[in-house]
Design a protein around this ligand. Structure first.
Ligand SMILES: *Cc1c(COP(=O)(O)O)cnc(C)c1O
Length: 433
């Protein structure tokens, strides 16, 4: 590291005095790569600028939502227009119906939807719904899949094939996670074993159809179909957490890529176009359990917020335009191939992956290692090398995720030149690793 970021450091020092760790969400603190975070001042298109005036090509994009890029004129215009008409009413608006209809048209598994304010709320509520609908209490989650920070989901990584959940954070009572069963991602046999032991007690299996919160791990062939079959056989619900893959893996989400029909789907990120939105959605009969249609309570003062709805509507209308989506997919392909080629040229072992407009790039300790789960990610990912790569790219004006265990994202605003600049920078940095 040669470059310095004095203004960012000064602002972050001030933040640390008044915010725990200086941030409002842990990954932003750069603990995964060391150093101090860059304080961001503004964004436009594919770029954002830090407090010292440096410009970056941004592949984090607010962790996924900004599929059109920063401050897309149509989104800004829609939000501004709505803001002048009122920012919140606590009463129904036609905008909620409009966004609902848009989502339904893109994801055929969904008949009804409830909007909330974050992905965390979406998964938490979907699991409550699964329990209410089935009258069962146990849930199955995969180690390394992230579904937000609700108590029942903060479960330790299992040490065996399939383990009973122990809390992964102080403040989470063991009683809260006792009904959360965990198993490694892509371990279908492990899931089958859980159903063999607890089949009649399992309310739901929740899964990221593409695991994008432990880096980027694709589902093994047959894994998702196997989950669909097991849950159906045992009367449990299958919940796809598409908070990240929704409208990114494909316009119809990962469920359209793998042709799976989940009972419930959780959405967030892109659905709010950069404003705070989440949603849980699915089969009509199940959704009818949600109050006031049914007995399961769930509410929100700002849920269905008009600014958030209009940002989501505008964003999804763009995503629906097939040629635009195809353009982002193609740029993502070029980027991932370029990263792979740069690593190969430098003799560095990487595992790249992509689907739609999302991608991942693990640095491995040795060639031939294959990451398919959280256990293998922890074992094979070369985090120290990633940290050096990250800072090398920052110095060259490219902003990747400040942790190897996160996915990357491309937007409509990323030009062929931006991708070429990124690949060239990666070539230089990889040579020095
Ligand atoms: C980001 C994310 C969440 C949590 O969403 P928040 O809006 O941060 O609460 C849940 N599930 C997945 C798959 C995510 O990527």
């Amino acid at each position: 590291m040669t470059k310095t970021y004095p203004r960012s450091q000064e602002l972050f020092a001030a933040a640390q005095r008044v915010l725990p760790g200086g941030v409002n969400s842990p990954v932003r603190a750069f603990r995964g790569v060391g150093g101090t975070p860059l304080m961001i001042e503004r964004g436009e298109g594919a770029y954002m600028w830090d407090a010292d005036g440096n410009r970056y090509i941004d592949y984090v994009l607010s962790w996924g939502p900004l599929v059109l890029g920063h401050a897309h004129p149509a989104v800004v215009e829609a939000i501004t227009r709505q803001a002048a008409r009122g920012t919140s009413f606590g009463a129904p608006t036609a905008l909620e119906t409009e966004l609902a209809e848009l989502v339904l048209s893109m994801m055929p598994s969904i008949a009804q939807i409830r909007f909330v304010n974050s992905g965390t709320e979406a998964t938490m509520s979907a699991l409550r719904l699964a329990r209410a609908y089935t009258g069962r209490t146990k849930i199955v989650k995969f180690t390394g899949c992230y579904h937000g920070h609700a108590d029942l989901l903060l479960v330790q990584a299992g040490s065996g094939v399939a383990t009973l959940g122990l809390p992964d954070s102080p403040g989470v009572p063991a009683s809260t996670t006792a009904d959360t069963l965990t198993v490694e991602y892509n371990d279908l046999e492990g899931v089958a074993a859980l159903f063999a032991a607890h089949g009649s007690e399992i309310a739901a299996v929740i899964v990221e159809p593409i695991a994008a919160n432990m880096g980027f791990v694709l589902p093994a062939p047959g894994f998702l179909a196997g989950l669909r079959e097991l849950t159906r056989t045992h009367g449990a619900l299958l919940i796809f957490d598409e908070v990240m893959t929704g409208f990114r893996a494909a316009p119809g989400g990962a469920q359209s890529v793998y042709q799976i029909d989940p009972d419930l789907t959780c959405l967030g990120k892109v659905i709010g176009g950069g404003l705070p939105v989440g949603a849980y959605a699915g089969k009509r009969e199940i959704m009818q359990t949600v109050a006031p249609a049914g007995p399961m309570y769930q509410a929100g003062t700002l849920s269905g917020n008009p600014l958030a709805m209009i940002a989501g509507i505008t964003t999804l209308q763009h995503v629906q335009q097939a040629d635009w989506f195809a353009q982002i997919v193609q740029r993502t392909d070029t980027l991932v191939q370029g990263l792979h080629a740069a690593a190969t040229a430098a003799g560095i072992a990487v595992q790249v992956g992509r689907q739609g407009t999302m991608f991942g790039c693990y640095f491995l300790h040795a060639a031939g290692q294959q990451i398919t789960s959280y256990a293998t990610a922890k074992q094979y990912a070369h985090t120290e090398r990633y940290a050096r790569f990250f800072w090398g790219m920052i110095e060259r004006g490219v902003y990747f995720a400040p942790s190897q265990f996160e996915a990357g994202f491309v937007s409509l605003a990323h030009s062929a030149d931006d991708i070429a600049h990124t690949v060239q920078a990666a070539r230089e940095v990889m040579r020095e690793l």
